[in-house]
Design a protein around this ligand. Structure first.
Ligand code: NOJ
Ligand code: NOJ
Length: 480
């Protein structure tokens, strides 16, 4: 069945492409195949997304709540765009399986209570592929998981609102007002609304504290949750979720250091920061990409994320030898102090998903400008502008750019080229025959490292590609 899914999607995706694409048709095809292979592979329960097929050194053959939520967003987008009823049905089934398995995770019974506090079961980072609890020591809870999952499923619910039978499906499996919650979204929202102030482990499962990225996901979940609750007549909950989202917004502002001009990814809560003194982390960018709310603080347009990106990039430019050999763009890692090498602790490396995140950011910023039909120059970070290597015109320091001006188009083109250079960079380190991408890239040799065929590596490439495609559809001028 999956063979049919990707061949369908593939034809549809590439037809809207154009000559200067940074990814070949073949690469895109391979990526879709690899991606779908990790959804419900042999030996796993329906609805499982494995982080990687690798079962040892490292063992990533689990369903991670975080990875799965981000992966299923890609499936959801394909579902929303699918034209053929047959493809739509197949993609719907994948989403439905994910809904079922997620609910099962929330209700998991075989929990070792000396390790896992049942109150925080929603924050379990990962599950066995048969749905059993992971009863071994691990960083827990990780509260980004339920928030990211809620966002994916709320967007799924939103796309069902106006289709025949959609409301019934939502009420049956996704959201009902009753408490205690009996539906997956409601349970995630209740958990998130009650516990967002609690210290928990970060995206990288290492540091306990309050994290920018996690709070971004929680704010987005509660914001969207508030809208969904209102649509479904759950008035009180709508108000409560909305209030919590606003409170999180206030907290989020504390992560900005005006002195350093950067976001600090974790607030120093007295916990062990594991040597992460700079506060720089690509997770801050992921927080924006995965969870921005347009027109709110820390949207794509926020100069605070831009200046953080420039500083992060320049630190990786310095510390990774593979960035000194004249390859396009900069290979990006998680954070400068990282020592996890994908198997052990021999030093941090660039990650595919981090490189894709930079590409996605440039595309989305350009897309934002195109949708707004204006660029507010005084709102752009100056260092970020200076860092755009493909920008060939001088921009005024203040004021606005309008689409008619040659500067506007020059800026858009520069952003697209910048994004493309990151996708080309990722391509160089992947396997050109098979399209495979692991988790990391060896900082000295440029060869792949760590978990092979990391699903999130594929998902992040497809997401960046989708963003580029959306932008290009609006830009006939650029296609020439
Ligand atoms: C595995 C985690 O998933 C990874 O993020 C972390 O760096 C290593 N364990 C070391 O704690
Ligand atoms: C390690 C990463 O740090 C974490 O974010 C991810 O969830 C797991 N690997 C599984 O891919």
């Amino acid at each position: 069945m999956r063979a049919i899914i990707y061949s369908f999607i593939f034809v549809f995706s590439f037809s809207s492409s154009f000559a200067q694409s940074p990814i070949t048709a073949q690469k895109l095809d391979l990526t879709y195949r690899k991606f779908f292979k990790n959804i419900n592979p042999k030996g796993t329960k329906r609805g499982v997304v494995v982080a990687s097929p690798s079962k040892s050194s490292p063992d990533y053959f689990y369903h991670w709540t975080r990875d799965a939520a981000l992966v299923m967003r890609v499936v959801l987008k394909e579902f929303q765009q699918a034209k053929s009823p047959r493809l739509r049905k197949q993609l719907f089934n994948l989403m439905d399986n994910y809904v079922e398995f997620s609910r099962e995770n929330q209700l998991v019974q075989d929990v070792d209570e000396s390790l896992i506090d049942p109150r925080y079961i929603m924050g379990e980072a990962k599950f066995h592929v048969d749905g059993q609890a992971y009863n071994k020591p691990w960083g827990r809870p990780q509260n980004d998981g339920p928030a990211l999952r809620a966002v994916t499923l709320i967007e799924f619910a939103a796309s069902l609102l106006s289709v025949p039978g959609g409301l019934d499906y939502i009420a049956k499996k996704l959201y009902r007002p009753e408490l205690p919650a009996h539906t997956v979204i409601k349970a995630d929202l209740e958990y998130t609304a009650h516990y967002w102030k609690m210290e928990n482990f970060d995206y990288w499962e290492e540091v306990k504290g309050l994290h920018f990225t996690t709070l971004m996901a929680q704010r987005k979940a509660l914001h969207l949750g508030s809208l969904l609750a209102r649509t479904l007549g759950d008035k009180k909950a709508s108000q409560y979720y909305g209030e919590q989202a606003i409170a999180i917004s206030k907290m989020l502002n504390k992560f900005w250091s005006p002195k350093l001009k950067r976001l600090k990814v974790t607030l120093e809560t007295g916990g062990d920061l594991r040597g992460k003194t700079s506060g720089l982390d690509v997770a801050s960018l992921l927080g924006v990409l995965h969870s921005e709310i347009p027109k709110s603080s820390y949207s794509i347009l926020d100069p605070r994320i831009q200046s953080t990106m420039v500083q992060l990039k320049s630190s990786f430019q310095k510390i990774y030898p593979i960035n000194h050999v004249g390859l396009p763009a900069t290979a990006i890692g998680r954070y400068p102090e990282d020592i996890y090498d994908g198997v052990g602790f021999d030093g941090g490396n660039p990650w595919f998903l981090a490189i894709h995140a930079y590409a996605e950011y440039y595309y989305r910023l350009a897309h934002r400008f195109v949708l707004d039909k204006r660029v507010n120059l005084s709102q752009l970070d100056k260092d970020f502008l200076k860092d755009l290597s493909f920008l060939k015109v001088n921009l005024p320091r203040k004021g606005e750019l309008r689409p008619e001006s040659k500067e506007f188009m020059a800026l858009i083109k520069a952003l697209v080229k910048e994004g493309d250079s990151y996708l080309k960079r990722s391509e160089i380190h992947s396997n050109s025959q098979t399209g495979s991408m692991a988790e990391q890239i060896n900082r000295n040799t440029g060869y792949m490292r760590g978990a092979r065929d990391l699903t999130w590596s594929y998902a992040s490439l497809l997401t960046a590609w989708q963003e580029r495609k959306k932008l290009m559809q609006r830009l006939p001028e650029l296609r020439r």
